[in-house]
Design a protein around this ligand. Structure first.
Ligand code: NAD
Length: 497
C-alpha cells in the first residue's frame, strides 16, 4: 500500500526503504518506512547548497516564482488523495482530515501565487525637496523550517509557498515521526520544478531527515536568517533563544490550551457539534484542539450530559475506514494522557472516558475514548497542554469571570465564544476580551482558514503564518531615499558647510 502511494507521489524507494530508522504507523504500529537520519555534516552541506540556490532564485522575478508555486499546487491537486492517505498512514488522523491538510496546502499555494504579484511596499513623503522615500521588500535567504508530527504537511506549505514567492530557498526538517510525508512533498515540488524549467535552481528546496540534533544544527547556523519552528513550547523555549543569540529571526508556532466560553444565549445544538469536532477531532492532537470548556453554571449539567452521549456514540478506530477518532501518535502520548487523568482524579475531578480501546486488535497502537473531565477549578493541570483528547469542563457566572479563566493560562493560541448576545460577542473580541491570537464567535477554536494570520501569544510563541501580511516575515525591509534634485539638503535641516 505505502509503496504504491510513494511510487505515485514520485518518491524513490531508496529514500524510504533502506535506512536504519524505522517509521511506524500509529494506525497499527507497523513499520512503513526505514529512513536514514542525517547528521551534522549533511546539514552543513545542505545549508551551503541552499545558499547557492538562493543566489540564483532571488534573480527570478517574483511573478515567475509564483508560477512555480502554481505548478506545485497542480501537483497537489493531482495527488491529493495519495498525499492525504499518506498523512493518515503516518500521523493517524482520519482521512477526511488528511485530505483537508492537503487542501490547505493548495489554498496557501493559490494565495501565494496571487501574492507573488503583490509584494508591495510604501511610498513615503520626504521632508526634503526633490527627494522620494519608499519602503521595499527583498528576499531573505535560506529559510529553515522545523515541523511537528500532527500537521506533517500543511504548516510546511504555509511557510514554503510564501517563502518561495518571496525569493528564498528552503531547508525543511520535518518531525522524525513523519518523514515520509516530507519526502513526498519534496518529490511533488521537484516535479513542479522540472516542469518550470532551468530558472529553478538545484536545491531550491531540501529536506533534512533527522531528529532534534539536526534541528539544533539548523537553528544555530547564521547562514539561515529565519527559522520557522512548529512544535511544543518546550522546543520553542530552546529554539527561540538560540536563534536570537545569533541575531536570527524566528517564527514560533508552539503549544495551545484553547477554550470555549459557552454562554446562556448560545445555540446549544451548534455548540455541541463544534465541541465535538474541536475537542475530539484529530484525537485531540491539534495545536488548536478545544481543551477547556468554560460553561455557564446554568447550562453545565445539560451540556455535559449531551456531550457524554455524543462521546459514547462516536466511532473510534481505523482512520482510513470511516472512524471519526483515530489513534494517538504513540505509547508515550497514551501514557501522558493517562497520567493527566490520574492527576485529575486525585484532584477531585469527575473523569469520563479516556480508556484504551481496541488493544486486542491493535496491540502496538494506542486508541483511546476521548475524555471529559469536570474540574472544580482551573489549576496547574488544566493550565498545561496534554496533547490528547481531554476536555476540561469548568463553570462561570459572569462574562468577565469567563474571560479571566480563558486568559489565565500560559498559552495564547485559539479561543471562542458561543453566544447570540452581540454585547458578549463583541466584548470577547475586544481589547478587554480574549488574549489569544485567534478569537472566534460561534465557531470552535480549531480549523482555521489560510486567509488570516495563524498563530498565538505568550507561550504559543508569538509567530504568525499563512495569510494577511505574513509574507513580510519572509523578506527583509529596506527604506530607500532617492534624491532626484541637484542639491544635497540634509534631513532635520542640518547645515554641514
Ligand atoms: P516537538 O516539539 O516534540 O517536535 C517538533 C519539532 O521540533 C520536531 O521536528 C523535532 O525534531 C524538533 N525539535 C525538538 N526539539 C528541538 C530542538 N531543541 N531544536 C530544534 N528542533 C527541535 O512537537 P511534536 O510532539 O512533534 O508536536 C506537538 C506539539 O506541537 C504540541 O505542543 C502542539 O500544540 C504543537 N503544535 C503547534 C502548532 C502551532 O501552529 N502553534 C501546530 C502544530 C503543533
Amino acid at each position: 500500500m505505502i509503496d504504491s502511494i510513494m511510487k505515485r507521489l514520485g518518491v524513490s524507494h531508496d529514500l524510504y526503504r533502506n535506512g536504519s530508522y524505522a517509521v511506524r504507523s500509529p494506525i497499527d504500529g507497523s513499520v512503513i518506512g526505514q529512513v536514514s537520519l542525517e547528521g551534522a555534516e549533511i546539514v552543513d552541506e545542505r545549508i551551503a547548497n541552499a545558499q547557492q540556490a538562493f543566489e540564483a532564485w532571488k534573480e527570478v522575478p517574483a511573478p515567475r516564482r509564483g508560477e512555480l508555486v502554481r505548478l506545485f499546487a497542480q501537483q497537489l491537486r493531482d495527488h491529493k488523495e495519495d498525499l492525504g492517505q499518506l498523512v493518515t498512514w503516518e500521523c493517524g488522523k482520519i482521512l477526511q482530515e488528511g485530505l483537508g491538510e492537503v487542501q490547505e496546502m493548495i489554498d496557501i499555494c493559490d494565495l501565494a501565487v496571487g501574492q507573488s504579484r503583490q509584494l508591495f511596499g510604501l511610498t513615503i513623503a520626504s521632508e526634503r525637496p526633490g527627494h522620494h522615500m519608499r519602503e521595499s521588500w527583498h528576499p531573505l535567504g535560506p529559510i529553515g523550517l522545523i515541523t511537528a508530527f500532527n500537521f506533517p504537511v500543511a504548516p510546511w506549505a504555509w511557510n514554503a509557498a510564501l517563502a518561495l514567492v518571496c525569493g528564498n530557498s528552503l531547508l525543511w526538517k520535518p518531525s522524525e515521526k513523519t518523514p515520509l510525508c516530507a519526502l513526498a512533498c519534496q518529490a511533488l515540488l521537484e516535479r513542479a520544478m522540472e516542469k518550470f524549467g532551468d530558472e529553478a535552481p538545484a536545491n531550491l528546496s531540501q529536506v533534512i531527515i533527522g531528529d532534534r540534533d539536526a534541528g539544533e544544527r539548523l537553528v544555530d547556523d547564521p547562514r539561515v536568517p529565519l527559522i520557522s519552528a512548529t512544535g511544543s513550547t518546550r522546543m520553542g523555549k530552546e529554539v527561540g533563544p538560540r536563534v536570537a543569540a545569533r541575531f536570527g529571526r524566528s517564527i514560533l508556532e508552539l503549544g495551545g490550551n484553547n477554550a470555549m466560553i459557552l454562554a446562556p444565549s448560545a445555540d446549544l445544538d451548534m455548540a455541541v457539534r463544534a465541541i465535538l469536532f474541536s475537542a475530539v477531532g484529530t484525537a485531540g492532537q491539534r495545536c488548536t484542539t478545544l481543551r477547556r470548556l468554560i460553561v455557564h453554571a446554568s447550562l453545565k449539567d445539560e451540556v455535559v450530559e449531551r456531550l457524554k452521549k455524543a462521546y459514547t456514540n462516536i466511532s473510534i478506530g481505523d482512520p482510513l475506514s470511516g472512524a471519526l477518532v483515530g489513534p494517538l501518535i504513540d505509547k508515550q502520548s497514551f501514557e501522558l494522557m493517562q497520567d493527566a487523568l490520574e492527576k485529575a482524579r486525585q484532584q477531585d475531578a469527575k473523569v469520563f472516558g479516556g480508556e484504551r480501546q481496541l488493544a486486542e486488535q491493535y496491540p502496538e497502537a494506542y486508541y483511546v475514548s476521548p475524555s471529559i473531565v469536570e474540574m472544580p477549578q482551573q489549576n496547574e493541570l488544566v493550565r498545561s497542554e496534554t496533547f490528547a483528547p481531554i476536555l476540561y469542563v469548568m463553570t462561570y457566572n459572569e462574562l468577565d469571570e469567563a474571560i479571566a479563566i480563558n486568559n489565565d493560562v500560559p498559552q495564547g493560541l485559539s479561543s471562542c465564544i458561543f453566544t447570540t448576545d452581540v454585547r458578549e460577542a463583541e466584548t470577547f473580541v475586544s481589547d478587554v476580551g480574549s488574549d489569544c491570537g485567534i478569537a472566534n464567535v460561534n465557531i470552535g477554536p480549531s480549523g482555521a482558514e489560510i486567509g488570516g494570520a495563524f498563530g498565538g501569544e505568550k507561550e504559543t510563541g508569538g509567530g504568525r503564518e499563512s495569510g494577511s501580511d505574513v509574507w513580510k516575515s519572509y523578506m527583509r525591509r529596506q527604506t530607500n531615499t532617492v534624491n532626484y534634485s541637484r542639491e544635497l539638503p540634509l534631513a532635520q535641516g542640518i547645515k554641514f558647510d
